[in-house]
Design a protein around this ligand. Structure first.
Ligand SMILES: [Zn+2]
Ligand SMILES: [Zn+2]
Length: 266
């Protein structure tokens, strides 16, 4: 399995994932042109995309869909709540090739077996995913207010984790953001702080985990260094040697996830 984080922040989210001749996007939340440029920058072609898996309907996760689907009808896997919410804001979306999925019910896309699981977030029926290609297992969870038993069970024993490290609590509280927004972000249906992400990480990391990608970092209320330092400290405490791949810029280089090895850039 190979992956590249094409974009990851409140301005836009998309991750490229491939195994054999199957290529997926997880979320499509940039402009279509930016997405296309990023895919070409990692040496791949947008025409290779087999399907798109959507975590939830927030604009930073779906904004490219309208243009992508106008150009080429690519199957979109999403929960009924996500489909309804996207269609409510864009009536043309009713004609897109949606495939309705349910949390807890696994499905197959080419080489990938995909496990969707519920996450607490202020969207309609949001999910995270675990992708397994018969060799390696990647857990993907961004946009979640708090770790839950369901999330801990889903993310246990992965080879790689793409996990939200949204904000540093102190920076959020000291920011100039309105109090209501601070409450929304730090609430149980908001976003994971570095501390919460580390708690979850320590609970799910096993000797199998080789790579961690801190995701969805807030520009204003987090820094790459803070996310990296907290993740490394948590992993040191747990005693598992894991590559922490926090990118200074996106897209990240295409990485191979192989069991028993740390992820390596190509
Ligand atoms: Zn988001
Ligand atoms: Zn969101």
């Amino acid at each position: 399995m190979k992956f590249s984080v094409l974009a990851s922040s409140s301005k836009g989210n998309s991750t490229w994932l491939e195994s054999g001749d199957t290529a997926l996007l997880v979320d499509a939340g940039c402009s279509c042109m930016a997405l296309s440029q990023k895919i070409k920058a990692i040496g791949r072609s947008p025409s290779a995309i087999s399907a798109i898996c959507i975590t939830h309907d927030h604009v930073d996760h779906v904004s490219a869909l309208a243009t992508v689907e106008r150009k080429r009808q690519i199957p979109i896997y999403a929960t009924g709540g996500t489909i309804d919410a996207v269609c409510a804001s864009n009536p043309a979306a009713a004609d897109w090739p949606w495939i309705d999925i349910a949390p807890g019910e696994d499905f197959q896309i080419g080489r990938f077996s995909v496990h969707p699981f519920s996450v607490p977030h202020d969207a309609a029926d949001p999910v995270g995913f675990v992708f397994y290609d018969g060799i390696a297992k990647l857990g993907y969870a961004t946009d979640l207010g708090e770790p839950t038993l369901t999330i801990r069970a889903a993310l246990a024993d992965c080879d790689a984790l793409a996990l939200e490290f949204n904000h540093e609590k102190r920076m959020l509280l000291e920011s100039n953001r309105p109090w209501s927004l601070k409450q929304r972000i730090s609430g149980r249906s908001g976003h994971l702080s570095n501390t919460q992400a580390c708690e979850l990480l320590v609970q799910v990391a096993t000797g199998r985990l080789k790579a961690l990608m801190p995701m969805h970092l807030s520009d204003e209320c987090n820094t790459r260094d803070a996310a990296l330092a907290s993740a490394r400290a948590a992993l040191l405490e747990k005693g598992v040697p894991v590559s922490v791949l926090a990118q200074p810029a996106y897209p990240s280089p295409l990485m191979e996830i192989a069991p028993g090895e740390s992820a390596t850039a190509q």
